[in-house]
Design a protein around this ligand. Sequence first.
Ligand code: ADP
Ligand code: ASP
Ligand code: MG
Length: 408
Amino acid sequence: MALIVQKYGGTSVGNVDRIRNVAQRVAKFRARGHQVVVVLSAMSGETNRLIALAKEMQANPDPREMDVMISTGEQVTIALLSMALRDLGIKSRSYTGWQVPIRTDNAFTKARIESIPDARMRTDLNDGNVVVVAGFQGIDSDGNITTLGRGGSDTTAVALAAALKADECQIYTDVDGVYTTDPRIVPEARRLRTVTFEEMLEMASLGSKVLQIRSVEFAGKYKVKLRVLSSFEEEGDGTLITFEEDKNMEQAIISGIAFNRDEAKITVLGVPDKPGIAYQILGPVADANVDVDMIVQNVGHENTTDFTFTVHRNDFAKAMDVCKKTAATIGAREVIGDDKIAKVSIVGVGMRSHVGIARKMFEALANDGINIQMISTSEIKISVVVEDKYMELAVRVLHQAFNLDKAA
Ligand code: ADP
Ligand code: ASP
Ligand code: MG
């Protein structure tokens, strides 16, 4: 007998029939003698609908009230699944995040899980119940409802698996695993049988939304066995996130390609080239609570330099205002911004032991006339910023250049 946490995403619980299918799958695991905790998302489109409604009321909705609102979608699906399970003769109890309780900090709309007492769930499981928990939500120390950021149900599931020391956490979604890139953009993308935790972390942080990044961080920290599977297929092994590289296979150099359209670029031109300039420009940006991603400072000439960085598109206007003020104080010539950019990244632990990967990436992009605006690298990834209209082309070109459609 194993203890399994299963998470089903929005499409997988998109209507009553699909919720019945989820109940059937859960029933199959119960019939094999396993204990099951299920985490659900809201029905697909529901969280977007709720956010739009809030924005109709207030241009910048109050974050506390926003969380009261957007946490409701999950309350509907957990009750429906619990009903469906009872129809199949399976004992089940559904819980909202605050009933469990899933304790978080008070950062509304992007709260972090701090602890999950497991007593209530253990009692239910030992009584033969399936425990059905609302994803994406928790409660802060003052009793306020919080949510965990978009895609947060993945994190609920992995955190529950860690708290319960579950044997496996299964993320059921509308694709049958983690692919070399988003199969919606590249139909030739291939399912990975395994992907290392490190690579998954990079892919999630660089834009592959198949798993929320915090769920991968949790899995790494608590060594949760994590698998991504399809909720629409009867059987299948999906993709296992592994903690060791697969020694039996020739490791592919590049495992995947991630992309992200959520960034914007700001350049401060004609900055006096002297010590402390990066701090003077980025300090006020950080004080305005804006995260900075890529940073490039050019070699100075004639005592001035240009300084470029990227921020989330939602923070673009705010960061531009901050930089214009800074530019006036430090004597920079001009601030220009561009929110029509995209970041495309190749990821693979095999990069550590191979040379010439960057060359191959830049050559492939050049052959298709795609201009690179910024570059950043780490040990296992190379990211480039390109004009956003070239993003999909760049992903396809790189997928082909690195032969990702062929098994390693
Ligand atoms: P859910 O609602 O089940 O959480 P998501 O939409 O959040 O589902 O995540 C699944 C989607 O992630 C897929 O439909 C796919 O389009 C997208 N995706 C992006 N990158 C990848 C990738 N590398 N592998 C698989 N799916 C990916
Ligand atoms: N319903 C939430 C969202 O759409 C959480 C999730 O689905 O993981 O972001
Ligand atoms: Mg998701």
